[in-house]
Design a protein around this ligand. Structure first.
Ligand SMILES: [Zn+2]
Length: 235
């Protein structure tokens, strides 16, 4: 591609949504897409944590204080608040002409119903791309019960041969740990929750007239990324 030859980045004003069960590689693929196309990697959890870790905001904003209280108890952020902060951030990024890639959002039909119209309005329908990363429950459980995460930012290090010898996080150098939450039982539950709460988004998106790029997630990272690029018409 011409832009490649000139050494320029292939910046895109896309809004890319990745939908897939735990362990399907949403975060990893989002990072790769962000890097290749100059997209902002928007993570709900990170955005929410930024807010609740801002003491000024917690003091001033009752909703933020409530989100922090729930978070500290190990519960999820309140869905209406999640939608609110996501919509705010989407509008802010769109205004700057910045493309976005989401991982882990929308997570519920409620979120999708609220976020998709905003995306369509801010990015135009053609630029909103939906990708479904398929992964069986067996593989989800296998991958997640043996994955490691970094201490500083919870970057996930999947259980792939290429990562076997890594002992610190490639992104921030922090220690890699196994989370006690990552047992086969809890992962199995998370997969069922995904099927019930998140997967219905696919039909909703399809009914909205979008094509869903179907990807076989049970391949290595490079192959999955290649297939995504093909699906996006970029390879
Ligand atoms: Zn890290």
């Amino acid at each position: 591609m011409e832009a490649d030859i000139l050494g320029m980045s292939l910046t895109k004003k896309w809004a890319v949504i990745l939908i897939g069960p735990p362990g399907s590689g949403k975060g990893t693929q989002a990072e790769l897409l962000a890097e290749k196309f100059g997209l902002f990697h928007l993570e709900t959890s990170k955005l929410g944590e930024e807010k609740i870790n801002n003491p000024e905001l917690v003091r001033k904003d009752q909703e933020v204080a409530e989100a922090k209280r729930l978070y500290n108890k190990g519960e999820l952020f309140p869905p209406p608040w999640t939608v609110k902060i996501m919509v705010e951030k989407i509008r802010e990024l769109a205004k700057e002409g910045q493309g976005i890639v989401f991982s882990g959002s929308p997570r519920t039909l409620h979120e999708a119903e609220n976020e998709l119209p905003i995306l369509e309005e801010a990015y135009e329908k053609d630029n909103v791309r939906a990708i479904h990363l398929n992964l069986t429950k067996e593989e989800s459980v296998r991958r997640n019960s043996s994955r490691r995460v970094c201490k500083a930012n919870r970057h996930s290090i999947p259980d792939f041969p290429m990562f076997k010898d890594i002992t610190t996080c490639p992104k921030d150098g922090s220690e890699l740990i196994k989370r006690s939450l990552d047992t086969p039982e809890t992962i199995s539950v998370r997969y069922e929750v995904y099927l019930r709460q998140t997967q219905p988004i696919l039909s909703f998106v399809q009914e909205g007239g979008y094509n869903i790029i179907e990807i076989e997630g049970e391949q290595d990272i490079e192959k999955v990324f290649d297939d995504i690029l093909k699906g996006l018409g970029e390879s």
